[in-house]
Design a protein around this ligand. Sequence first.
Ligand SMILES: Nc1ncnc2c1ncn2[C@@H]1O[C@H](COP(=O)(O)OP(=O)(O)OP(=O)(O)O)[C@@H](O)[C@H]1O
Length: 218
Amino acid sequence: MRVRGAVFGYGTDSPIVDDWSAEFHPGTVTAITGPSGCGKSTRLYLLGLMVKLTAGAVEIDGQRVDHLSDAARSRIRAWRFGFVFQDAALDPTRSVLDNIIEASLYRNQSRREAAQRARELMDRFDIAIPPDRRPGQISGGQAQRIALCRALLGEPDILVADEATGNLDPRSAATVLEAFREHAVTGGCAIVVTHDPTVAGWADRRISLDPLHEGVSA
Ligand SMILES: Nc1ncnc2c1ncn2[C@@H]1O[C@H](COP(=O)(O)OP(=O)(O)OP(=O)(O)O)[C@@H](O)[C@H]1O
């Protein structure tokens, strides 16, 4: 996917993202780095078609998609993207299992199949809690991994993660990074925002938004 000349700001403030262009390739993990508040998460919202640009365009497979209707953008999000946000964004009223499988039900996957796969993912990421637990009764690191299970369950083309290893011990973080790598190796596109130099160094490409060393490196 790519973004061309994107401009976006919140309300009447000056733009947070001003004429941003970038490309993200299948088979590749790209890390986005930069100081706190520079607009890394905002760029993920923009790539995930969650906000409307003031100018510029977002393209997937060469097709412009940012200007489509809300319903069309929601469909693209459900079918093409998997998201892991900083706050996990789990529904507190539903079990962790239901949180994981919720999005896949939009994709006409059967509940039984989805639940089976969700349990496999929970095992893979060592989330040793009963699947009927509510998000209010789990740790921050578990919530992040539940959000990752939810993102992976839909087998997205584009996996977008915001500080997805931030709350994790080194072993759990390594399992999560392996999952990003596997996603890329199987032809997916992974985009990870991180403050962690180890994660950035491990990625295939880095987009730095730091004014002192802005640019792309591989
Ligand atoms: N909903 C909002 N309304 C107004 N301003 C916002 C909103 N969300 C973020 N901002 C502002 O936009 C700027 C960029 O925020 P963003 O969360 O994208 O930065 P970030 O680089 O991801 O930060 P961090 O590394 O601390 O998570 C910040 O100045 C922030 O205060």
